[in-house]
Design a protein around this ligand. Structure first.
Ligand code: AMP
Ligand code: TRP
Length: 330
């Protein structure tokens, strides 16, 4: 069985961009591959954060992922900082990574602009830590959203460079995208993200979601209810494609929009209904798991131990190949 590795940062809450862009795929793929999913707290500390909130954020995210359908028994979901090998391998990979390549990474350039007062080495080194995450488990399948594709390509380069210098050790991984690897925010302006505040959270109530949906922009051509629209130009229609089944999608939503048979508010109400059909069971599972916190903690602890074993084996192999493991100790 091939190894799947993916990660998510504990920087607040899960939104439907994460869910439809990536997590839904993780839930499906976990039965096809040996899966490791990491809550990547070491990545999250590369920007300003509140240490008092970190522990809760990490645990809440783990609960949220299990609630979304990550299998507590099947998938090794763990907290990155509990496995020291990730940082060890990052240092090793630093020594085969040209500085210029890191400076050219899109996410680094964006984040360096956003966080001008805190452009630390960790932010620059972020993709190297990500490569170490994947490769320490010899991961081959990396299911992510579109924004992470460059980092996965970079990981392939790291593996190639290491293998060329020290001998064949790491596989070449590939990104695995969902059908919707880029979900726009409710403003319709930019990618849905926690930092932009343009998100719908997976755990938000029906009422809260309606407060965001009701005023959300639609096809600008529909000024009056009687104006026909073009679904493909409407962000609300994009969301419908995520949750509304056929034939309702074509016959009621798309046709209704084109012929002005339905108004934008009717369309949004239908979206709310269909979105809640996906979110309600997740929210129920979340409440259920939140009442069994001890059990979830035990699973995370046992998973970290599994990861320490796998990571430890890879590190021994790496050190041996690099001449860092004196033979008289073998
Ligand atoms: P993050 O919350 O940034 O750690 O992202 C977790 C996962 O969700 C990654 O695989 C991202 O690529 C994916 N993701 C985040 N935002 C979006 C979005 N707006 N559309 C699609 N995928 C996303
Ligand atoms: N950088 C990823 C993100 O922001 C999170 C991440 C860390 C990751 N390590 C990873 C994703 C390894 C895939 C594989 O979404």
């Amino acid at each position: 069985m091939k190894v799947l590795f993916t990660g998510i940062q504990p920087t607040g809450l899960l939104h439907i961009g994460n869910y439809f862009g990536a997590i839904r795929n993780w839930v499906e793929l976990q039965y096809k591959y040996k899966s490791f999913i990491s809550v990547v707290d070491l990545h999250a500390i590369t920007i300003e954060y509140d240490p008092r909130e970190m522990e809760d954020n990490v645990f809440e995210l783990a609960l949220g992922l299990f609630a979304c359908g990550i299998d507590l028994e099947k998938t090794t979901l763990f907290v990155q900082s509990e496995v020291t090998g990730h940082a060890d391998l990052t240092w090793i990979f630093n020594t085969v990574t040209p500085l210029g390549e890191l400076e050219r990474m899109t996410q680094f350039k964006d984040k360096a602009k956003q966080h001008r007062k805190n452009v630390n080495i960790g932010l620059l080194d972020y993709p190297v830590l990500q490569a170490a995450d994947i490769l320490i488990y010899k991961g081959e399948i990396v299911p992510v959203g579109e924004d992470q594709v460059q980092h996965v390509e970079f990981t392939r380069e790291v593996a190639r460079r290491f293998n060329a210098r020290f001998g064949d050790t790491f596989p070449e991984c590939q990104a695995e995208l969902t059908a919707t690897p880029r979900v726009m925010g409710i403003d319709g302006q930019s990618k849905m993200s926690k930092s932009k505040g343009n998100f719908i959270a997976v755990l938000e109530s029906r009422e809260e979601i309606w407060k965001k949906l009701a005023p959300a922009p639609t096809d600008p051509a529909r000024v009056k209810r009687s104006d026909p629209g073009t679904p493909e130009k409407c962000n609300i229609y994009f969301y419908h494609q995520l949750v509304t089944p056929e034939p309702e999608l074509s016959e009621y939503i798309a046709h209704g929009c084109r012929t002005a048979g339905i108004g934008c508010l009717d369309c949004k109400r239908k979206l709310l209904d269909n979105l809640m059909k996906v979110l309600d069971p997740i929210q129920e599972r979340y409440s259920d798991l939140a009442a069994r916190k001890g059990e979830v903690r035990d699973v995370l602890e046992a998973n970290a131990e599994t990861c320490r074993e796998v990571a430890g084996r890879t590190m021994l192999e790496v050190k041996e190949k690099m001449g860092l493991r004196p033979v008289w100790k073998v």
